[in-house]
Design a protein around this ligand. Structure first.
Ligand code: ADP
Ligand code: MG
Length: 278
C-alpha cells in the first residue's frame, strides 16, 4: 500500500535533504504532481508550530515567481513535517556544472540572471534565503532555474531575522563554502546582503567550475572567506571578473546590491541563450 499523507499519495524518492527525504507525490483530488519534503521533527529540533512559523509559511505561500519553487502547503504529523512543493523535474544545477565542468559566459549569464531575478523578487517580499548554493538551484523541464527552499532556512530555526551560526552551519552540513563572512562572524546581519554574497560564490562556480573558497580545515576556510581571499583562473576576465570582485566584498555595507548587479555590464550583456528542452 502506498503511503498517504492527507490527500497526497507518496511515491518514489526524488532526493535526500539535510533533514529528510524529498518524495514524488500525487494529489489524489486534483491529480497534480508535487514534491513533498519530509522533515523529521526531532532532527531539526523543531519548536512547536508556533505563531512565527505559521506566519513564515503564510508568507512563503504567497511567493509566486517563475524562478522560485512554489510552496503549496505544510502538513504535520506527530513526528514529521511535510512541505508540499511544486514539482521540478530537471535536476540540480550542481549536476549540470559537474557534467559541463564549467559554463561559458552566455550560459553562466542565463542561469545567473534567473537566480538574481528570483532573489530580487523574494527580497522584495521580505524573505531571505540564507542557504543559496547550486544544490538548492533546480532546473525545470524547460531548463529554467528555480530556487528551492526560499525562506525555509528561517523556517527551520523558527526565528525571525537572526539565524545563529550554529544553526546555519548545521543546515549547510558543516561546509559553509557559500556563507557570507558576516554570517560566520555571528553578529546581526542583513539576510539580503548575505544572499548577495552567496550569489557571488555561485557566479564564480558557474564560470570556474570550482569553489573560490575551499579548504579542508574549517578554520582556514573561515579565514579565507572573512578576508575574501581568492584567485581567478585566467579564463575569467573582464566584466565577469569585475562583477565577482564587487560581490565578494567582506564588508556587507560595501558589497553591491541586487539592483547594482542588475545594472552591471556583465549582467546586462546582450548575447542570448536558449536552453535545450529536456
Ligand atoms: P535540503 O535543503 O534539506 O538539502 P533540498 O530541498 O535541497 O533539501 O532537497 C533535497 C533534494 O531533493 C534536492 O537536491 C533535489 O534533488 C530534490 N528536490 C527538492 N525539492 C524538489 C522539488 N520541488 N522537485 C523535485 N525535486 C526536489
Ligand atoms: Mg538542499
Amino acid at each position: 500500500m502506498p503511503k498517504r499523507v492527507g490527500r497526497y499519495t507518496l511515491r518514489q524518492t526524488l532526493g535526500e535533504g539535510t533533514f529528510g527525504r524529498v518524495k514524488y507525490a500525487i494529489n489524489e483530488e486534483t491529480s497534480t504532481e508535487v514534491a513533498i519534503k519530509i522533515l523529521d521533527k526531532h532532527k531539526i529540533q523543531q519548536q512547536n508550530m508556533g505563531a512565527q512559523i505559521k506566519k513564515e509559511i503564510s508568507i512563503m505561500k504567497m511567493v509566486r515567481h517563475p524562478n522560485v519553487v512554489k510552496l503549496h502547503e505544510v502538513l504535520a504529523s506527530r513526528t514529521k513535517i511535510f512541505i508540499v512543493l511544486e514539482l521540478v523535474t530537471g535536476g540540480e544545477l550542481f549536476d549540470k556544472i559537474v557534467a559541463a565542468q564549467r559554463f561559458d559566459n552566455t550560459t553562466a549569464r542565463f542561469y545567473f540572471r534567473q537566480l538574481i531575478e528570483g532573489v530580487r523578487y523574494c527580497h522584495s517580499k521580505g524573505i531571505a534565503h540564507r542557504d543559496l548554493k547550486p544544490e538548492n538551484l533546480l532546473l525545470d523541464a524547460h531548463g529554467d532555474l528555480k530556487i528551492s527552499d526560499f525562506g525555509l532556512s528561517a523556517l527551520y530555526t523558527g526565528e525571525g531575522d537572526d539565524v545563529s551560526r550554529t544553526t546555519l552551519l548545521h543546515t549547510t552540513c558543516g561546509t559553509p563554502n557559500y556563507v557570507a563572512p558576516e554570517v560566520l562572524n555571528d553578529k546581526g546581519y542583513d539576510g539580503r546582503a548575505a544572499d548577495v554574497w552567496s550569489c557571488g560564490v555561485i557566479l564564480y562556480v558557474l564560470l570556474a567550475g570550482f569553489l573560490p573558497f575551499d579548504e579542508p580545515h574549517m578554520s582556514a576556510l573561515f579565514k579565507k572567506i572573512q578576508k575574501a581571499e581568492f584567485d581567478f583562473p585566467a579564463f575569467i576576465k573582464g566584466d565577469a571578473r569585475d562583477l565577482v570582485n564587487r560581490i565578494l566584498v567582506p564588508d556587507p555595507t560595501k558589497r553591491v546590491t541586487v539592483d547594482d548587479i542588475m545594472a552591471h555590464p556583465w549582467f546586462v550583456g546582450t548575447d542570448g541563450y536558449t536552453p535545450p528542452d529536456i
